[in-house]
Design a protein around this ligand. Structure first.
Ligand code: CP3
Length: 329
């Protein structure tokens, strides 16, 4: 279960009081290690995700940022001019992200072979959206204004971000990440033709570079609201496509082809339902996905008010799915 996964856990909220700044929580290794391990201790999932954020590498490029509670990333001096793009540094992760190495190494040591350690990065379009807008947006009017009037500057920014993200993903793998998930959360806000211009080529640029040096590390691609661009996601170079709940699992597997592996795709809202409903949706998703090439997951991050016991029930049910499927056939 990804992303703001921490917030529904009391243990995380308690720790947040002690370390009120997100950057502290995610950049002080002992704290970030502890937060990463909280869901592992409670639920023993098959994957443990690094506690961090997609904007974490931006200061290393010269884009200062903070993460405000309830709001997400804030960039005080958004990137809008040629001079600002020219001034961006290339990423030296050893120098600017030493804590990431410490956190990933410790996670690998802690979970051993009992779980898989996932690293993650933001995709160029989504990071550019934060860098250009300066914060989360509902309309993306500033970055779209740039894209649809004078795209040269934006393409240079996307290219620089892609190269930095590839360097960062490789660094995470070298530090212990066994899978990398790339979040292009806001690429679903693009029309398919604009996705092909501003998102897909840069997803490909990241994945191509990572595969060159790390061909055996599985790469997952997530786009929110992706039903209209699924086939295009399939051309990104990712090994696994993360599906949200706006698409039927059976149809998604048909559209992507049987060779493509998938992740997903329960509505996170299902975890507010009754136990019976949660169980039925899990079994339904597994039946539709078939018994190969599928990572059972929510279609997006778990919601902050999710009852913790329902998250626990999700994992218990998933682990017993084989027996339950036989009973409820
Ligand atoms: O499960 C985990 O612990 C993984 C850690 C993780 C975080 N952010 C921690 C976080 C991951 C994988 C992310 C990715 C991320 N961050 C994405 C891609 C995933 C997606 O949702 O599509 C995006 C778009 C962001 C940017 C961002 N950071 C947003 C939208 C927010 C939420 C703002 C809000 O509170 O509604 C953040 C802050 C953030 N990142 C929190 C956490 C736990 C919440 C801050 C807090 O209260 O501690």
């Amino acid at each position: 279960m990804m992303r703001q996964a921490g917030r529904y856990m009391k243990a995380y909220r308690d720790l947040r009081e002690k370390y009120p700044s997100f950057r502290q929580r995610s950049e002080i290794p002992e704290v970030a290690i502890e937060v990463s391990l909280q869901p592992w201790r409670s639920f023993q999932p098959d994957g443990v995700i690094l506690f961090s954020d997609i904007v974490t590498p931006l200061p290393g490029l010269g884009i200062d940022m903070d993460i405000a509670e309830g709001k997400g990333p804030i960039i005080d001096r958004p990137i809008r001019t040629q001079a600002q793009v020219d001034a961006l540094r290339s990423l030296d992760p050893v120098e600017s992200l030493p804590f990431i190495r410490e956190i990933l190494q410790a996670l690998r040591q802690e979970v051993g072979d009992r779980s898989t350690v996932l690293g993650f990065v933001g995709a160029p379009w989504t990071l550019a959206a934060y860098a250009v807008e300066g914060k989360g947006s509902k309309t993306y009017s500033v970055i779209k204004g740039m894209a649809f009037s004078d795209p040269t500057i934006l393409h240079q920014l996307l290219a620089k971000l892609a190269d930095a993200i590839a360097v960062y993903a490789r660094y995470q793998i070298d530090s212990g990440a066994q899978v990398i998930q790339m979040f292009d959360s806001w690429a679903g806000q693009l029309s398919p033709q604009d996705y092909e211009t501003f998102a897909l080529p840069y997803q490909q640029r990241v994945f191509r570079q990572v595969k060159q040096t790390h061909p055996d590390t599985p790469l997952i691609l997530l786009v929110s609201g992706s039903a209209g661009v699924l086939e295009r996601m399939g051309r990104s170079g990712a090994d696994i496509i993360s599906l949200d709940w706006t698409v039927d699992m059976t149809e998604a597997r048909q559209r992507l082809g049987r060779q493509m592996k998938v992740q997903g795709n329960l509505d996170p809202g299902v975890l507010f339902g009754s136990r019976e409903f949660i169980r039925d949706r899990i079994l339904d998703t597994i039946r539709k996905a078939g018994n190969q090439g599928h990572i059972l997951n929510l279609g997006h991050g778990i919601l902050p008010d999710t009852p913790e016991e329902n998250a626990a029930f999700f994992f218990e049910t998933a682990k017993q799915a084989d027996q339950l499927l036989a009973v409820h056939a």
